[in-house]
Design a protein around this ligand. Structure first.
Ligand code: ATP
Ligand code: MG
Length: 508
């Protein structure tokens, strides 16, 4: 059978270094094809070549059996190929419908027939179970909803091959299940999908075939039926993975990070209400909850990015009221943000400059306003080695690093210098399984050294594996806190996540 898409012997170099080397990929009609590989392996690059964003340096592409050369995404879209990027590209100030038709010149342009447009959007969203409100502003939508808009936008343009770059990294487990149902309907309808993900169980669930890239090359391709999770992860990282083990809680002395009655009201919306807990030294306190229930407000209030409207936060008995973000960081508070592009990194600055964001007033690296470049470079080399950050060179803008390697730089920066408090918000999002394992071990090591670690994550398995205690957040309230022992009642945790206060759950 003729493949729908065939990429043969693709080469791509950046700054004289290979990002793809002799990579081949075949996708059949009606197939869900998972593209796997470690951070920086070359997955996004390969897809950007297919989509006409980058020019390949070697190899050939065949689309429906014919040699194809897409010079721009517009070319690719005309041939019915669509891509949703690792970082979304919607216009926040426009509505769903406006985003879907943006740039299209349909019959009657520039006078669009709004009714007809809405009807078509509604038809697509119903057919595939992609629920959205055409009149809603993008800025008011959750990440999951935005993703649905991106997909409808492609289907509206007649896409028959969808390229999805880490679509589930930003979804909650519930949303992922719904999203997979959409993919299954697309497949049943004859659409093909290339999905990039780091989550092996997802691959086993949804993919028909997998291709694995390692260090720029294609190392493996096989139907899913011939594989299991263990084999697959070995192909990915070339070794077996050991899950992190959490030792006994170390009852380090000293006072914790204490939140007492924290409230946050913004524009009339109560984002946090009476949040009270303490993260003790040498403890990982997991904050479980469905995304969008005040986790971001909580993290940012602790870090001083937002000011609470009620209550007090203290560290080691000292109130943090009135302290800026920089002052808090100087006290040893580290922040791993969930949105690396919004507040973790400056994309146009190079690695050293991004590393310096935390140390620009630190006497070791700067004196009298002058940066000690040598010291900084030495620090960067250490970080790059320890965290295995793969970059084309240390002098390129961070924009040129793969998504996972950008995340590793944030982690290296924030976890250096023995932080007293670590607010880790989705710390392993977008990291490959090897890097995730390394980060989890790092968090455990900092716990051992007496740090107070707040692990905020929608990934219950991660919370379960690492936390000493688990607090559940729902609509800005802490529903209950439980010891993470072997006999932890996960049903109760689930009910609390859905909004049932602790205690009532047991009684009912
Ligand atoms: N525009 C660019 N300029 C220079 N180098 C680049 C550019 N884009 C990617 N690279 C380099 O190419 C290599 C592959 O990156 P790519 O983004 O394809 O990785 P990936 O497999 O998608 O990783 P991740 O899982 O972290 O997203 C990396 O070393 C990266 O630094
Ligand atoms: Mg990528």
């Amino acid at each position: 059978m003729m493949a729908l898409l065939e990429m043969r012997h693709i080469d791509k170099l950046f700054f004289g270094r290979y990002a793809n080397r002799d990579v081949s990929l075949q996708v059949q009609k009606g197939e869900i094809h998972a593209l796997l590989g470690e951070n920086g392996a070359g997955k996004t690059t390969l897809m950007n070549i297919l989509y006409g964003i980058y020019r390949r340096d070697g190899g050939e592409i065949f689309w429906r059996g014919e040699a194809a050369d897409f010079l721009s995404p517009k070319d690719a879209i005309e041939k019915n190929i669509g891509m949703v990027h690792q970082h979304f590209m919607l216009v926040p100030t426009l509505t769903v419908a406006e985003n879907i038709t943006l740039g299209l010149r349909e019959k009657g342009y520039p006078f669009t027939d709004r009714a007809a447009l809405s009807a078509r959007v509604a038809a697509i969203s119903e057919k595939y179970g992609l629920l959205v409100e055409p009149g809603a502003l993008i800025s008011s939508l959750s990440v999951g909803e935005r993703q649905r808009v991106e997909i409808i936008k492609l289907l509206y343009r007649g896409a028959e091959l969808l390229i999805l770059d880490e679509p589930t990294a930003v979804l909650t487990p519930g949303e992922t299940a719904g999203f997979f149902n959409v993919l299954k309907r697309l497949r049943a309808d004859g659409c093909s999908v290339i999905i990039i993900t780091h989550r092996i169980p997802e691959v086993m669930e949804i993919a028909d075939r997998v291709t694995v890239l390692r260090d720029t090359r294609c190392v493996f391709s096989a139907p899913i039926a011939e594989l299991d999770e263990i084999k697959l992860s070995e192909h990915m990282i070339g070794r077996e993975l050991a899950p992190p083990t959490r030792g006994k809680a170390t009852a380090a002395g000293g006072e914790g990070l204490v939140l007492a009655g924290i409230g946050l009201q913004e524009n009339g919306i109560q984002r946090l209400r009476d949040v009270t807990f303490s993260a003790r030294p040498g403890e990982i306190l997991g904050i479980a909850g469905v995304d969008g229930n005040g986790q971001k407000a909580l993290a940012e209030t602790i870090m001083g990015i937002r000011r609470p409207t009620a209550g007090e936060i203290s560290l080691g008995g000292r109130s943090l009221a009135g302290l800026s973000v920089a002052a808090r960081k100087a006290l040893g508070m580290a922040y791993i943000s969930d949105d690396r592009h919004e507040d973790g990194l400056v994309l146009d600055m190079d690695l050293a400059e991004n590393l310096l964001l935390k140390f620009n007033r630190d006497k070791r690296y700067a004196s009298r306003g002058l940066i000690d470049q040598k010291r900084v470079l030495q620090k960067l080399r250490e970080a790059v080695g320890e965290y295995d950050i793969r970059a084309p060179s240390l002098r390129v803008p961070i924009r040129y690093l793969s998504g996972g390697n950008q995340q590793k730089l944030i982690l290296a920066r924030e976890l250096s210098d023995h932080p007293q408090v670590i607010v880790a918000f989705q710390p392993t999002r977008g990291l490959d399984i090897g890097a995730s394992e390394f980060i989890r071990q790092q968090l455990l090591a900092h716990r051992e050294m007496g740090a107070r670690v707040l692990l905020i994550s929608a990934d219950l398995e991660e919370i379960r594996a690492l936390s000493d205690r688990i607090a559940v957040i729902h609509k800005g309230c802490i529903m209950g806190i439980r010891d993470n022992s072997d006999d932890l009642d996960m049903t109760e945790i689930g009910l609390m996540m859905a909004g049932n206060p602790a205690g009532e759950v047991r009684a009912g």
